[in-house]
Write a protein that binds this ligand. Sequence first.
Ligand code: RFL
Ligand code: PHB
Length: 385
Amino acid sequence: MRTQVAIIGSGPAGLMLGQLLTLAGIDNVILERKSADYVLGRIRAGVLEQGSVELLQRAGVAGRLHREGLVHHGTDLSFDGDRLRIDFTGLVGRHVTVYGQTEVTRDLMAARTATSVYEAEDVELHDFDGQPWVTWKKDGVTHRLDCDYIAGCDGYHGVSRASIPSDALTTFERVYPFGWLGVLVDKPPVAEELIYAHHERGFALCSQRSPTRSRYYVQVPADEKVESWSDDRFWDELRRRLDPATAEAMQTGASIEKSIAPLRSFVAEPLRFGKLFLSGDAAHIVPPTGAKGLNLAMSDVAMLADALIEFYAERSSAGLDNYSAKALSRIWKAERFSWWMTSLLHTFPENGPFGRRIQRAEFDYLSGSVAAQQSLAENYTGLPA
Ligand code: RFL
Ligand code: PHB
């Protein structure tokens, strides 16, 4: 088999890249380790920047997003019960849209007309420094795909980054000593907008997926086991971290999903090795506090798609040569913002009373400074490419 671009991974990065290439007449094949149902069952991000919405529009898959997505003009912060609304629209004239990653993935999968191979085992990348090809096993049979380029869109644990000689990559990492325990519940959200809450017991987040479905998170130690958290324990802990009126108003119920995500900041540089390009979580991870992971995956593949389109249309490799530097410039700004939001809102026992006073001062500064609020709003709603 032969294609122009072999895409490893059918998450939002791989699917969006495939869609943009297909629309430009560039042949591509997606190889995905898991089944389509498994990919659709993963509960992850919920907040889309305007740039991501525009990209979904360009990809021709924004119909349901426009009908069902919830436009949010601001978000709330809560610090030891004191509330502050950040008015995105008033401050920077931009907004975000709440629409689950699961739905983005579903819409992209439904639109896909090119080949996808699901349950492709033992994917291996060959000769990506020269004339690349990819192999995989399916039902005990080994298959081969020859290609011009490989796009590694296979997430943090994928094979693409791992295939690059380690001396050709520089990695930067911060692992936080806590994770987020998340619960999905079929109850209306407690507030119209999201609430990011700092409390001495730890961070909490009130998010949502629709007018009838809510997503809540609490900070837990990194080694915590999800089995230790009954629904009752989760709701009790969440209430304690919110201001009394919100705790009182929250509607609770049986969880329909419950999981713990570790928090990490990670970047691998550069994003290109020969004919192999890395995009999305394969290249970088942000802690979810800034809601940037999915949005970064979208902006990476928008840049990579444009560079590949330029290559095939004009036989110019200028865009491909520039992809890594251009994408990394945006990635590092999102890394900084996600690290900053995480530092402001979580408890870091090792930082002691001095660290808590600094966090309080940061919140008070935000409360009193339009400039500080504008900076938050500008970053949260998405920096330009
Ligand atoms: P994905 O989604 O991990 O997809 C990679 C795909 O590659 C497949 N794969 C392989 N395929 C073939 N061969 C192999 N060897 C393979 N190894 C892996 C995998 O099965 C998978 O299908 O990466 P992608 O496409 O780069 O997308 C990134 C996003 O998923 C991620 O950044 C976000 O979910 C992060 N994130 C959030 N991002 C936001 O922008 N806004 C949010 O509100 C937000 N909230 C979150 C989040 C992530 C969370 N978790 C669980 C980490 C909340 C949470 C709790
Ligand atoms: C979510 O709804 O899952 C969500 C929202 C905002 C974040 C992280 C996760 O910052």
